[in-house]
Design a protein around this ligand. Structure first.
Ligand code: UD1
Ligand code: UDP
Length: 387
C-alpha cells in the first residue's frame, strides 16, 4: 500500500438537496479520518425542507461559509456563486475542491476552482443523458472536462469518460447514494412514522416525484404526466402520494394546473420519511435522478417520466422503465413494472464509495473490485447502521 500526503485542505461545495444527501457519506468519511475540509453552501436551495432538515437529520456540520445566492436565472445564479466561491478559494487555498452531481452549484464550484488552478474532484462523474437541452447535462459535461479526479459510479460511466477523452484521473468508486441508503434505510424503517401519519399501507400506494424543468415548466407536459399517473391509479386502485418540490408547486400555481384527485400532494419529506415511502411503495413514478437510483437499491420498481435517463444501468438491470410523458405510455409502463420482483443486481456499488473517494485523494490503494456490486436489493443489509 502506498500513501501520499493527505490533502492539506479540501473545500466541499454543495447547494441542493441531492448534493447534501450524496455528499453526507463523504463528509462523514472526512470527519472519521480527520481530513480537514471547509464546507461551502451556495444557498441554491434555502427552503428548510430542501436544505436544513438534511443537515440536521444526517448529522452534518453547519456550513463554514454560506453564500446565500438564492434562486435566479441560470446565468445570474451561477455568476453569484462563482464570485462567492472564488473569494473562499483565494482565502483558503485548498488542494482540492470537491463537487457532486450536475447542478448549477456543481458547475460553479468546479469552474471557480479550475480558473484558480485548484484540482477539482467530481463525485458522480460521467453520467450522460445525451440531451443537451437539460441544464444538468451541460453542467456534467463541463465539470467532467475540468476535473482532475473523476469519481465515477459504474463501468458504463467510466467508458463514457474514456470515450470523451477527459484529462483527469477516472476512478470507479460506486455511487455515494448507496452508502447513504445503506446507512439510513434501517434507521428509516425503525424511526419513521410516515406510513401511520399518512395512513398508508406498504405495497398499497405509489410514490410520485416530478420537479425537472423540462417537465414542470411546460403546462402541457406537466398535465400529461399527472394524467398518466392518475389513469394508472384509477386502473389499479393505488393511491398516489406526491411530495412536491417547490419548483413544481410554483409552476402548478402559475399555470393554474389542477392535480387530479387520485394524487395526494404533500410537502417535501425529510430523508428518513422519504426513504420509508420509497422502500414500501408498490411503484415509484419519478423524473428525479436520485429517486431512480434509490428505488433500484431498495428493490422498488420505478417508472421514469422522461424520454432519456443518465442512469441507464437501472433500466438494464430491469429496475426501471423509461415511459416518457404520454398518458398511455405511463399507464403501460406502470402496468409492466407493478409487481416486478426485485431480483436485479444493484449497479451502483457496495456502499463504500466515500471510502474509495478518500482513498483516491490520499492515493491509498484499495480494491475497486466491489465498486460494482452484485448483491440484489433483497439481500442488502445496512453495513453501518447509524442509530
Ligand atoms: C435544482 C437542479 C436540479 C436538481 C434539483 C434538486 C440546476 C440547474 N437544477 O433544480 O438538477 O434536480 O435542484 O432538487 O441546478 N425553490 C424554492 N426553495 C428552494 C429552492 C428553490 O422554493 O429552496 C423554488 C424557487 O421557486 C426556484 C425554483 O424552486 O425558482 C427552482 O430552483 P432552482 O435552484 O433554480 O432549481 P431546482 O428546480 O431546485
Ligand atoms: N428526497 C427527499 N424528500 C423528498 C423527495 C426527495 O429526501 O420529498 C431525496 C431523495 O431521497 C433523493 C434526493 O432527494 O436522495 C433526490 O433529490 P431530487 O429529486 O430533488 O434531485 P435529483 O436527484 O433529481 O437531482
Amino acid at each position: 500500500m502506498t500513501a501520499r500526503e493527505t490533502p492539506e485542505s479540501i473545500v466541499v461545495v454543495l447547494g441542493t438537496r441531492p448534493e447534501i444527501i450524496k455528499f453526507a457519506p463523504v463528509i462523514r468519511e472526512c470527519l472519521a479520518r480527520d481530513v480537514p475540509f471547509t464546507l461551502v453552501h451556495t444557498g441554491q436551495h434555502y427552503s428548510r425542507e430542501l436544505d436544513r432538515v438534511f443537515f440536521e437529520q444526517l448529522d452534518l456540520p453547519a456550513p463554514d461559509v454560506h453564500l446565500d445566492v438564492g434562486s435566479d436565472s441560470h446565468g445570474r445564479q451561477t455568476a453569484a456563486m462563482l464570485e462567492g466561491i472564488e473569494d473562499v478559494l483565494v482565502d483558503v487555498e485548498p488542494d482540492v475542491v470537491l463537487v457532486q452531481g450536475d447542478t448549477n452549484s456543481t458547475l460553479a464550484g468546479a469552474l471557480a476552482a479550475a480558473k484558480l488552478n485548484v484540482d477539482v474532484g467530481h463525485v458522480e462523474a460521467g453520467l450522460r443523458s445525451f440531451d443537451r437541452e437539460m441544464p444538468e447535462e451541460t453542467n456534467r459535461v463541463v465539470v467532467d472536462h475540468v476535473a482532475e479526479y473523476l469519481f465515477t459510479p459504474t463501468e458504463e460511466t467510466r467508458l463514457y469518460l474514456e470515450r470523451e477523452g477527459v484529462a483527469g484521473q477516472v476512478v470507479v468508486t460506486g455511487n455515494t447514494v448507496v452508502d447513504a441508503v445503506y446507512q439510513y434505510a434501517d434507521v428509516a424503517a425503525e424511526k419513521s412514522t410516515v406510513l401511520d401519519d399518512l395512513e398508508l399501507s406498504p405495497g398499497e400506494f405509489c410514490l410520485l416525484t416530478a420537479h425537472r424543468a423540462e417537465n414542470v415548466d411546460h403546462p402541457d407536459r406537466f398535465r400529461s404526466l399527472l394524467a398518466g399517473v392518475a389513469q394508472f391509479a384509477d386502473l389499479t386502485g393505488h393511491e398516489v402520494v406526491y411530495p412536491i418540490h417547490p419548483r413544481a408547486q410554483s409552476r402548478l400555481d402559475e399555470f393554474g394546473v389542477d392535480v387530479p384527485d387520485e394524487i395526494r400532494v404533500i410537502d417535501p419529506l425529510d430523508f428518513l420519511d422519504f426513504l420509508r415511502l420509497e422502500s414500501t411503495a408498490a411503484l415509484a413514478f419519478t423524473d428525479s435522478g436520485g429517486v431512480q437510483e434509490e428505488c433500484c437499491i431498495l428493490g422498488t420498481p420505478c417508472v421514469t417520466l422522461r424520454y432519456t435517463t443518465e442512469r441507464p444501468e437501472t433500466v438494464y438491470v430491469g429496475a426501471n422503465c423509461l415511459a416518457g410523458l404520454d398518458p398511455a405510455d405511463v399507464v403501460a409502463a406502470g402496468s409492466l413494472m407493478l409487481g416486478k420482483q426485485p431480483d436485479w443486481t444493484i449497479p451502483f456499488g457496495d456502499g463504500r464509495a466515500a471510502e474509495r473517494i478518500l482513498d483516491a485523494l490520499t492515493e491509498v490503494e484499495t480494491d475497486t473490485d466491489t465498486a460494482a456490486a452484485t448483491v440484489t436489493p433483497t439481500e442488502t443489509t445496512a453495513t453501518e447502521t447509524l442509530q
